[in-house]
Write a protein that binds this ligand. Structure first.
Ligand code: ADP
Ligand code: GN1
Ligand code: MG
Length: 353
């Protein structure tokens, strides 16, 4: 680690460097030095992100755009350059490393403690979309093509079932049937996009509550992080992925499915925050599609967990065996709950307009 850290222009001598956070993709470390400055060191997941030069180019472009809109360094991610002036370092094993300034006095939540926490994250992600409204989308590389193309994700699930690489398909007949029974929803938004009825915007695409940093004392948003998947996308997907994670009544991998569902109170809190920050930018149809975005992002993410389970847990970090299957079960349970709540979600959105 010392050799890697020494490549970057960090202040002071390293004191500790420990695994940090609950992200499912990159390997993240909190780097403390004897200077009054902490850093985030990350090994970028090269299986998930094969085109790292363009991934880093996207992040530099987006953070530069955001930095022009604020004078507060805590409100935008700051990359620390390498000694030779680059923005990342490739080690002798071919692994890519990058360093960010640790955003001081910030907290990162894995679950909202109350409605206000989720409303504040809605303000953060709505604000992010608002700040990027005039970003030239064509200059971004689509870093994972078809990232939120739910029909394509269904094809990947079916391929994983066909290949059965880990020999687990026989244990998961009920989950497969459940996912296939909801396939009817998969193209609901993609077909509106194809017809030109929904606009492509510059979106974050991974709007989990733990991808926003809050001020530790005020619990108001400071900055949106995890910019690896910023790409052209649908507003409803950014909205929906936040609901999937943040408005859930139980953690992503809850074992007791009786605890799993979507809270309409949390839904409303997020929607209020999100629309207050970017509602003026959205078309009437985009607003109408927000509840379907929540259902679709939950369905899609669950189908990705299930496919990864069948592929042998090669994509998402798993802390224990069977975690992906558990996640797939909670997600399809949540989809069932959301399906029954679609009308109420729609009325909430109309009421906020
Ligand atoms: P992943 O793609 O694996 O989710 P993230 O970029 O989201 O990786 O980082 C993982 C975690 O590290 C975040 O959820 C957050 O807790 C923490 N983190 C990342 N960047 C920063 C930062 N600049 N300042 C403070 N904490 C950070
Ligand atoms: C991953 O990196 P992280 O943990 O913020 C994933 C998202 C999923 C999420 C599920 C690049 O997000 O798409 O929705 O896990 N990121 C990528 O929790 O695949
Ligand atoms: Mg993350």
């Amino acid at each position: 680690m010392k050799q890697i850290i020494s490549q970057f222009q960090v202040q002071g001598e390293p004191v500790s460097c420990e695994r940090y956070g609950n992200g499912h993709i990159n390997e993240t470390y909190l780097l403390k030095t004897d200077a009054p400055h902490d850093y985030i060191l990350q090994k970028v997941n090269r299986l998930v992100f094969p085109d790292i030069p363009n991934l880093m180019r996207n992040i530099i472009a987006v953070t530069s755009h955001l930095r022009r809109q604020t004078s507060d360094p805590r409100r935008v991610l700051t990359l620390v350059p390498t000694r030779d002036g680059g923005m990342y370092y490739v080690d002798s094993q071919g692994e890519t490393w990058r360093v960010y300034e640790f955003v001081t006095d910030s907290i990162c939540l894995d679950r909202p403690e109350n409605e206000r926490d989720l409303q504040q994250s809605g303000i953060a992600f709505g604000g992010f979309q608002n700040q990027l409204a005039d970003f030239p989308a064509h200059t971004l590389t689509e870093i994972i093509p078809h990232f939120h193309d739910t029909p394509a994700r269904y094809e990947q699930l079916k391929e994983a079932i066909r290949m059965d690489r880990a020999g687990r398909v026989k244990e998961a007949g009920a989950e497969i049937d459940a996912y296939l029974s909801y396939e009817k929803y998969a193209d609901s938004l993609m077909k509106l996009l194809a017809k030109g009825d929904l606009p492509l915007r510059v979106t974050h695409n991974d709007t989990k509550l733990n991808n926003v940093l809050m001020d530790a004392s005020t619990r108001t948003p400071l900055c949106v992080i995890d910019l690896d998947t910023v790409m052209p996308g649908l507003a409803a997907n950014d909205f929906g992925d936040s609901i999937r994670f943040g408005a859930a009544t139980a953690p992503e991998d809850e074992k007791n499915l009786d605890n799993v569902g979507m809270s309409l109170r949390l839904f409303e809190a997020y929607a209020q925050g999100f629309l207050s920050a970017c509602g003026k930018r959205l078309t009437a149809l985009e607003k109408e599609t927000l509840p379907m975005g929540a259902l679709l992002m939950t369905l899609e993410c669950g189908s990705r967990f299930l496919a990864d389970y069948f592929n042998g847990d090669v994509y998402f970090h798993n802390a224990r065996p069977g975690q992906n299957l558990q996640r797939a079960r909670t997600h399809v349970t949540m989809v069932r709950d959301m399906e029954g709540k679609l009308d109420r979600m729609r009325r909430i959105i109309q009421g906020l307009d």
